[in-house]
Each structure stands twice: as C-alpha cells, then as structure tokens.
Write a protein that binds this ligand. Structure first.
Ligand code: ASP
Length: 325
C-alpha cells in the first residue's frame, strides 16, 4: 500500500512538474487560433488584432487558421480534437459556442470539451442593405422586404451564425419571412451586398463599418439602446421605429479541455494585456467594438457567462426551429 501511495505521489509530482515546465517554456512555437469563418470577416479581424498583440507579450506568432462551414461548427470541432497543450485556441462567439449547440447535432459538448480563456469585445448588429435598395429608413426597408418577401434575400454566415440569429430575431419582431443565403462568413456576404447580389444583412457592426463609411452600402439601425461612438449617424432600433431589437454579439477564446491551468493563465494574461493596450483599444473602438468589463476578463467569468448564455438562448433557438443547412 505504502509503495502504491508513494508511486502515486511521485506520479503527481512528475505530472505537475511537467505542467510547470510546460508553462515556463510555453509558448516555444507558433500558436494557432482557429477562426471558424472566412478571412476578412469580423471574427477574423478581431482574432488577428488580438493575436498580433498577444505575440508581443508571449514572443511567438499567433497564426489564424480559417476553418469554415456549418456556421463555425466544423472549426470549433477541429479545436476540440486538438492536443490540449495551448498551441490551438478556439475563437468563437454567441453563434459558434452557444447557438450551434441548439441547432446541429455536434460531436462535442461546447461547455465541457473546451476550457474558457477570456471574454473578448462585443458589438451590436446593424441592418444594412445593398446600395440600390429603394429605402432610406428602417421602416422603408421593412416595408420593401414585406412587399418583396418571395424574392428578397438576407446574407448570413450559416444557420446559427450571428447574422442568422439576428435575422431570425428581426423576423420574430416584425412577422417578416426572409430568404437566407448562407456564406462561409460575412466577409463574402458583404462583398455580395456591395455588388447587389443579395439585399440585406443583419451584420456585425464591425464588419460593415468601412463599407458604410464609404457609402457602398446603406445602414438603417443598430441593435442597441445607444448609438455607436464609431458611427453616431446610424439610429438605434428604438429611434428607427423597432423598439426592443437589441442584440450584442460577444466573442471569446477557449482551449481544449485538459490544457494546463498555467498555460490558460498565460494566454488569459496576454489577452488582457492586449485589450488594455490603448492602440488595440482604439482599433477595436473604431470598429464599434465594446471592451468587456475588467472583472469579466477572467477564465472563470467566461465559464459562468458561457453557461448562462446557453441556458438563455437554447430554449429560444429550439423554439424557433432553426434547421442546419
Ligand atoms: N462572425 C462571422 C464572421 O466572421 C459572421 C457571423 O457570425 O454572422 O463571418
């Protein structure tokens, strides 16, 4: 018995020692962030801005890999199956890490197969249309969509993505029915909106911002109770005549479960340092993104928030009967 106990104790010392050693030398090669949407979109942009600054703290490149399809569920699955060593990070949001679990039959459990690292900035959605759509206000867009219900199209990043949930929410508030066109991300959807191949997107504000500023698309309302400092000319949903149309798309980072705690702590600290950097904060604010409160930036806080969001959204999404593509 004594021999067994000391063998067990030795194993514990060995394993903890190995973890500490791993954390001390971590990272000693590039870290991959799996972004489950197309390059050039809002998730990709935020992951790259964060990764660039985390490299300055941790001394290794943070390489973004875009693993697209099925509203991000393929990319998240890839991260779940990766080695739990801190070299693969799962980037995602309310859609990928909450909604997808209520829509797809996933080969993983998003709450227990991933360990939280940090909550990232969030932003509201904005209703945008192709430039040639004959409407100037939200009310006029809604009237136009109603009149053209059979043919009008809304671009999304797939069933369960942020742009899709926001579209379903808009339908539930207005009684409209939209024809969705799924893309691998809202970057290609936005290209098609500019080109006039689709009619609207209920898009992440950060994605549409530049095209709104350059006048290539038209913006009608922000899904928030206050206007965006980055685009104060866009009215809130209330002001535009659709009270209650509020939605914030939050983002986060996770690692596969079993990743050593000290590695998670180092990633968390690097992400916090990035968000506290005034140059990073300015870039994110210019995109209309809001920083999470400082006390919400711990791994534990993301864990609690993630679970609460699953509890809140799953019944709503299941009731809406959203089907996978
Ligand atoms: N975040 C997605 C993207 O980067 C878009 C979405 O969820 O609607 O393309």
């Amino acid at each position: 018995m004594r021999a067994l106990l000391s063998a067990a104790a030795a194993a514990v010392v060995f394993v903890t020692g190995a973890f500490n050693a791993a954390a001390q030398t971590y990272p000693n090669r590039p870290v991959t962030i799996i972004v489950p949407f197309a390059a050039g979109g809002p998730s990709d942009a935020l992951a790259r801005i964060m990764g660039e600054r985390m490299k300055a703290t941790l001394g290794q490149p943070f390489v973004v890999e875009n693993v697209t399809c099925a509203a991000g569920s393929i990319g998240v699955g890839r991260a779940v199956r990766s080695a739990p060593d801190g070299y693969t990070i799962s980037y995602g949001h309310l859609g990928t890490h909450v909604a997808n679990g209520a829509i797809y039959s996933l080969p993983y459990d998003m709450l227990t197969d991933l360990a939280p690292v940090v909550l990232l900035p969030s932003n509201p959605m904005v209703v945008v249309s192709k430039p040639t759509l004959p409407a100037k206000t939200l009310k006029e867009v809604l009237a136009w969509l109603k009149a053209n219900q059979a043919t009008a199209t809304a671009g999304t990043a797939g069933a369960g993505s942020g742009s899709h949930i926001a579209g379903v929410y808009l339908e539930s508030l207005t009684g409209l029915r939209l024809q969705y066109v799924p893309y691998r991300g809202t970057a290609p959807a936005l290209n098609d909106l500019v080109g006039g191949q689709i009619d609207i997107i209920v898009d992440q504000a950060s994605n549409s911002m530049q095209q709104i500023r350059s006048g290539r698309i038209r913006a009608y309302a922000i899904t928030d109770s206050k206007r965006l400092a980055a685009a104060p000319e866009i009215p809130t949903a209330e002001e535009a005549g659709l009270p209650g149309f509020h939605m914030t798309l939050w983002n986060g980072l996770w690692v596969p479960k079993g990743t050593p705690k000290d590695v998670v702590a180092r990633l968390n600290a690097a992400a916090i340092e990035a968000m506290a950097d005034p140059a990073v904060a300015k870039r994110l604010n210019d995109l209309g993104l809001d920083m999470p409160a400082r006390d919400q930036q711990t791994p534990q806080a993301l864990g609690v928030w993630h679970k609460a969001e699953v509890d809140k959204w799953w019944p709503i999404i299941k009731k809406a009967g959203i089907k996978p593509e």
